[in-house]
Design a protein around this ligand. Structure first.
Ligand code: NAD
Length: 416
């Protein structure tokens, strides 16, 4: 049978597996399988050449039983409503497993920002906000950046929102620049949180992080900060890294500053002197202690899972592993740090950003990191404990914790 790569079908099948272990009430299960609310809209954008192009936008509020929805906005040519649904579902489980008082949501626009000027991206971002402004806010749903969106875009969106509502409300969008009420440590938070979980997983698996080798797929926000902080603060040896064009490899390690300078100069990683060029497939199958998918969905599948040689897979990307690959990796004894635990650092610090916006008083970066460490370590240990006590793999364990928490809030509200 052909492997189903539809992200929402995958998210639903992961929930189904957890529901079975939990013996979840069938009515509750049916409710949690679907998003509570979806917005589909068109965004007409005046292009620089005077023509108007119409883009398709989405916002999915998957579940807000535990608090207002929370989730990024992605700009991508391959965006689909099912990708947004899956990402919104994973946000629901992510906020629940991290035990922060928020629900799950996600947004997206089908577009290719690399083919657009900065002015066109600004008009698109403001147009997106005009469509969703009435449906979001600090007590309803709080957007943030995701793939191909960044703090600059969050500033435009917040400005449009505040213009519409006629007052300041910085906590409505997180991942903002510091000057707009952003939190210290937010840009690096997803990578930092992931590295804290890798530190815990290394301890469990008898690995010394300071001597560990790793390969990172993706050199965007998450991948590049994981390279930087992994090397500089955790002493890890990054021996391979890639972007969408391909990757580079050197067993002696790849120096972050040098690689960044090359990437800034040429726009790519390949061609970096002092390393061999490799494909993304070769990177995934490399012999390393820790493999870190930090790019896009469906990278570890039934086709390559057998070839994975890493001891730990730290899923910083959302949905990088298909259920079939999951089974193969678990059978091989690979320790997986599941995505919605591994990459929860971003949403945890987004939550800290909202809290700081609420009382207009800002924390030092060291305090942000310390509180992030405490929060994500607690979640990691609880998932690991659940995995051992229930004799289930780490992904199912993370689902058991998250689904229990969301189902309890749904029950207390009397929805089901
Ligand atoms: P980004 O746009 O900054 O970077 C994405 C990177 O992936 C780029 O280097 C790009 O070249 C690379 N890439 C794209 N397609 C690829 C392919 N087919 N093969 C290999 N590399 C490819 O995005 P990001 O914010 O770093 O997000 C990366 C992943 O992390 C996504 O799955 C995202 O949902 C997840 N995530 C991000 C955050 C966050 O705070 N930014 C939080 C949680 C999860």
């Amino acid at each position: 049978m052909k492997e189903n790569l539809n992200p929402f079908a995958i998210a639903q099948s992961q929930l189904d597996e957890a529901a079975e272990v939990l013996q979840l009430d069938p009515d509750m299960h049916a409710f949690l399988r679907e998003p509570m609310r979806e917005f589909h809209f068109t965004i007409p954008v005046r292009m620089d050449d005077g023509t108007t192009q119409t883009f398709q936008g989405f916002r999915v509020q998957y579940n807000d039983a535990r608090g207002p929805g929370k989730g990024g906005i992605r700009f991508h040519p391959d965006e689909t409503i099912d990708t947004v649904r899956a990402l919104a579902a994973w946000m629901t489980w992510k906020t629940a497993v991290s035990d922060i008082p928020l629900g799950g949501a996600k947004g997206g626009v089908i577009c290719d920002p690399r083919q657009m000027s900065s002015d066109e991206v600004e008009r698109l971002s403001r147009g997106y906000m005009r469509n969703i402004a009435r449906h979001i806010g600090i007590t309803k749903d709080i957007p943030a950046p995701d793939v191909n969106t960044n703090p600059r875009i969050m500033s435009w969106m917040l400005d449009e929102y505040e213009t519409i509502i006629g007052r300041h409300e910085p906590g409505t969008i997180t991942g903002k620049p510091l000057e707009m009420g952003g939190s210290a440590g937010r840009t690096a938070a997803t990578a930092m949180g992931g590295l804290f979980t890798m530190r815990e997983a290394a301890k469990l698996n008898g690995l010394n992080l300071e001597e560990a080798t790793c390969a990172i797929q993706g050199f965007g926000n998450v991948g590049s900060f994981t390279h930087k902080l992994g090397q500089k603060q955790f002493g890890m040896k990054v021996i391979a890294i890639s972007d969408e064009y391909g990757g580079i490899h050197n067993d002696n390690g790849l120096d972050y500053d040098d690689v960044l300078a090359h990437q800034r100069q040429t726009g790519k990683l390949m061609g970096y002197l002092g390393a061999e060029n490799i494909s993304n497939q070769e990177l995934l199958e490399m012999k390393v202690d820790i493999l870190i998918p930090a790019a896009i969905e469906n990278q570890l599948t039934s086709k390559n899972a057998d070839q994975i040689k890493a001891k730990i897979v730290a899923e910083l990307a959302n949905g990088p592993t298909t259920p079939e690959a999951d089974n193969i990796l678990n059978d091989k004894g690979v320790y997986i740090i599941p995505d919605f635990l591994c990459n929860a650092g971003g949403v945890i610090v987004s939550y800290f950003e909202m809290v700081q916006n609420g009382y207009q008083y800002y924390w030092e970066e060291s305090m942000v990191h310390e509180r992030l460490d405490r929060k994500i370590k607690t979640a990691f240990q609880a998932v690991n404990h659940m995995s051992q006590s229930k004799k289930v793999d780490t992904r199912v364990a993370a689902y058991l914790m998250a689904v229990n928490r969301v189902a309890e809030a749904v029950r207390l509200r009397g929805w089901v």
